[in-house]
Design a protein around this ligand. Structure first.
Ligand code: THG
Length: 261
């Protein structure tokens, strides 16, 4: 499982305040805690309140990489904000994310190649997010075609079919599972399958349980990456256990300690 720690996001009050006051303390703590929890990447998102989002992104990326060596996922759909983050990046980067419009994919794939970065692509465009399997798969095919055209390694491509909250549309999870399964068979090697896991349980009363069960079920259909709450130990252990059940790691009685990073 490629776990992308979601907590360094201006949507959370502590991070929003940190950005506003240029006080790195809270951000450093979140970088360390999420790294210790086993995050593969740390998502960095300036949120909507930052006065100068490009400057805020540079600052956040610098604070995080001065604190930990964990690779960063630069989370913005604004090209200039992503570019600003990349301009100060020292380590491996995952760009999160490009929309699926052909011209957006051209811009973002060119940029990703220039920085040897990986790239999350959303199955949506400027007209919105399709809610059915067929149109999301059309985007997935286009994304793979674009990667081939740009000679951009498919192992560096992540496709995100955009997960909706369960309280918005209860038919979505089954559709998502179908999509993970189909994306797995789209190419060899296939692109990664990613979701923003906390989108799913936002505004519900059983947040952690819903996220945990969606993640384990998703893994059984081929989900292999998520922007998620890596500080939720039950969630991380459930993901490892789902992967053991799917025969992705070798079972031993101490598999949890063996697989925790
Ligand atoms: N796909 C990709 N990247 C993404 C998303 C996605 N990045 C952003 C987002 N979606 C994933 N990150 C979060 C982070 C937090 C929450 C949801 C998604 C969240 N926050 C709580 C809430 O809104 O209820 C609490 C916020 C607070 O405490 O203020 O759920 O889909 N590629």
């Amino acid at each position: 499982m490629i776990s992308i720690g979601e907590r360094i996001n201006g949507m959370f009050k502590d991070v929003r305040e940190a950005i506003k006051n240029k006080d790195p303390k809270a951000v450093r703590e979140l970088a360390i805690k999420q790294t210790e929890a086993g995050a593969s990447f740390l998502d960095v998102n300036v949120g909507t309140a930052a006065a100068d989002p490009a400057e805020a992104m540079k600052w956040l990326v610098e604070v995080v990489q001065d604190t930990v060596k964990t690779p960063i996922a630069i989370d913005s759909q604004k090209f200039d904000v992503v570019k600003a983050g990349l301009s100060v990046a020292k380590n491996e980067i995952l760009i999160n994310s490009s929309k699926g419009d052909p011209e957006e994919l051209d811009k973002f794939m060119t940029l990703a190649k220039e920085y040897n970065a990986s790239l999350i692509c959303l199955t949506m465009d400027k007209t919105g997010i399709p809610q059915d399997v067929a149109r999301r798969m059309e985007f997935a095919m286009k994304i793979v075609e674009k990667a081939v055209e740009h000679e951009f390694e498919l192992s560096k491509v992540y496709i995100d079919p955009v997960l909706f909250p369960i309280n918005v549309d209860q038919k979505q999870p089954a559709l998502m599972f179908d999509i993970f399964n189909q994306i797995k068979m789209i190419s060899d090697p296939p692109p990664h399958r990613n979701v923003g896991l906390s989108n799913f349980s936002q505004g519900t009363k059983e947040k952690r349980l819903l996220a945990r069960v969606f993640l384990t079920m998703g893994i059984s259909y081929g989900l292999d990456a998520a922007v998620m709450d890596v500080l939720d130990k039950d969630l991380m252990d459930a993901a490892i256990t789902a992967e053991i059940i799917m025969n992705q790691h070798l079972y031993s009685d101490s598999y949890l300690t063996a697989c925790r990073k």
